[in-house]
Design a protein around this ligand. Structure first.
Ligand code: ITT
Length: 195
């Protein structure tokens, strides 16, 4: 079965390709299909944004489409940057700029608890939609560590893994425990039940 993944983020796309390996689903990203539409992420929740992305891209390509909206929520910052994670340091901010801003906001803050959150939506050409969610708990580190992953991984410490950041663990482990992997596991279960 063909599945379109509505993302332009190369880091996410790599993880999607790994996560679908061996499942019999053929994955296509927006770049593979030459689609360059920018869906405005103006929802207040991850769920709203994920649904909007999936539905808009499904209408353009006419195929079953999945989209994830994800981000990092920091307890001491009242859940920020949350749905604004990709543009925390401004529209078109780089991962480095976002991480530097987060480090600055967290200067002198004792409570470092945070979580990654992912809402994963699927939209069918016949109008059906579903959203699945996943979460990964951790802490904001005091400095950037690791070369793997993308986005805020260099700052996201995992207490259960010796306080390594999610950029220091293997991609294989990240794909077992991540917010995206957890949401996708629910989506895959749903897709398999439909087969
Ligand atoms: P698309 O909308 O094209 O998928 P995006 O980067 O704009 O790409 P989001 O709006 O979902 O995606 O924003 C997610 C941001 O949250 C992303 O840019 C990262 O900064 C962060 N993020 C999400 N998942 C992450 C992960 O597994 N590791 C590190 N950072 C993550």
């Amino acid at each position: 079965m063909k599945l379109v993944v509505a993302t332009k983020n190369q880091g996410k796309m790599r993880e999607f390709k790994d996560l679908f390996e061996g499942t019999g689903f053929e994955i296509f990203g927006l770049d593979d299909l030459g689609i360059s539409v920018d869906v405005e992420e103006d929802g207040k929740t991850f769920e709203e944004n994920a649904l909007k992305k999936a539905v808009e891209i499904m209408k353009i390509c006419g195929e079953v489409t999945i989209a994830d909206d994800s981000g990092i929520c920091v307890e001491a910052l009242g859940g920020a940057p949350g749905v604004y994670s990709s543009r925390y340091a401004g529209e078109r901010a780089t991962d480095m700029q976002n991480n530097l801003k987060l480090l600055k906001e967290m200067e002198g803050v004792k409570n470092r608890r945070a979580h990654f959150y992912c809402a994963m939506a699927i939209a069918y050409p016949d109008g059906r939609t579903h959203v699945f969610t996943g979460r990964l708990d951790g802490k904001i580190a005091h400095d950037m560590r690791g070369r793997g992953g993308f986005g805020y991984d260099v700052l996201f410490e995992l207490p259960e893994y010796n306080n390594m950041t999610s950029a220091q663990i293997s991609s294989c482990l990240k794909n077992k425990i991540s917010h995206r992997a957890r949401a996708l596991a629910k989506l895959k279960e749903y897709l398999t039940a439909q087969k």
